[in-house]
Design a protein around this ligand. Structure first.
Ligand code: ZN
Ligand code: ZN
Length: 92
């Protein structure tokens, strides 16, 4: 599996914009990029919660977690204050 996004991963045809991995149709190239990054790419870094043993593969999941489970909703610099970036073991 790839780690970095590449524009060729998006298929643009007269029928619309599609993900080259799962053929899902998307409304914009931006949405397609986001979809590919979330679903099909392996993150180089994982985010560990400093307050519990949970590990997340993206910032959105992490922010959601600290808001829900640790009552930090709406705080600034959540990632900096409570997240620990750890290299993905798949690369070591
Ligand atoms: Zn896809
Ligand atoms: Zn936590």
């Amino acid at each position: 599996m790839a780690t970095d996004f590449n524009p060729t991963m998006i298929v643009v045809s007269s029928a619309g914009i599609f993900c080259s991995f799962c053929q899902l149709q998307l409304t914009t190239k931006g949405a397609a990029k986001l979809h590919i990054e979330r679903k099909h790419l392996i993150p180089r870094f994982l985010i560990e919660c400093s307050m519990c043993p949970k590990v997340f593969r993206n910032k959105m999941n992490f922010v959601d977690h600290v808001g829900k489970y640790h009552g930090k909703r709406g705080e600034r610099n959540l990632l900096k204050n409570y997240g620990i970036m750890v290299p993905n073991e798949l690369f070591s």
